[in-house]
Design a protein around this ligand. Structure first.
Ligand SMILES: [Zn+2]
Length: 85
């Protein structure tokens, strides 16, 4: 009986340590990167950019990049930069 309890304790201990290690590893992976320009975490809000013509804000993935400027669509890319008054 004593041996059984000993092995039960060992197995539970090993399981707890494995759980803690996997949780630790998962937490390390999910930590948001502090560096700027690093790979963006999935849960981070997307960067907003401005259309060079109408000054409207839109997510970077929706913006059109052309001639070193960002545009909300191909029409504004054709119209070009409009200087804000
Ligand atoms: Zn626009």
């Amino acid at each position: 009986m004593g041996k059984f309890l000993f092995w039960a304790a060992v197995i539970i201990g090993v399981l707890l340590v494995t759980r803690m290690l996997t949780h630790y590893a998962a937490n390390q992976r999910n930590k948001p990167t502090q560096k700027k320009g690093g790979p963006q975490a999935i849960n981070e809000p997307e960067e907003m950019v401005r259309c060079a013509h109408c000054q409207v804000f839109l997510p970077r993935s929706d913006a059109l990049k052309q001639d070193d400027h960002l545009w909300c669509g191909p029409e504004h890319a054709k119209k070009g930069v409009r200087q804000p008054r």
